[in-house]
Write a protein of this length. Structure first.
Length: 104
C-alpha cells in the first residue's frame, strides 16, 4: 500500500490519521507496514480522508497522482480540522464562486 507516502505528502502524523479512522496508532502503523490489512470500510474512510482513490491506496494507481499543491494541501487540512458548520460554509462559498460545481 502507498499509505505512508500519501500520509507524508499530506503532512500528517500516524496519530492524526489513526484518530480520524478511530483506531489506535499501532493499528494504523500496521496498515502502513502491511502487517495488517484494513477492511473495506476502513479503506473507504482512508480514501475520503486522504482524498485519493482506493486504487491509489492499495497500489493499483500511481501515487504521483496524489501530489497536492501547497494551496490544495492547506485547503484540505483546514477542511479536515473545521467543524461541520465551517465545512458547510466553505463548500457553499466555493460553489458560489466557481464554475466547477455548476458544470456537474
Amino acid at each position: 500500500m502507498n499509505l505512508r507516502i500519501i500520509r507524508k505528502q499530506l503532512g500528517l502524523s500516524q496519530k492524526e490519521v489513526a484518530e480520524h479512522l478511530e483506531c489506535s496508532p499501532t493499528v494504523y502503523s500496521r496498515y502502513e507496514t502491511g502487517e495488517r490489512q484494513p477492511s473495506i470500510d476502513v479503506l473507504i474512510k482512508m480514501s475520503a480522508f486522504f482524498g485519493v482513490s482506493i486504487d491509489t491506496l492499495i497500489g493499483n494507481a500511481s501515487h504521483s497522482d496524489t501530489k497536492l499543491t501547497d494551496v490544495e494541501h492547506d485547503l484540505l487540512m483546514a477542511f479536515h480540522n473545521a467543524d461541520d458548520r465551517a465545512k458547510q460554509d466553505a463548500l457553499t462559498l466555493l460553489k458560489n464562486h466557481t464554475s466547477f460545481f455548476s458544470k456537474k
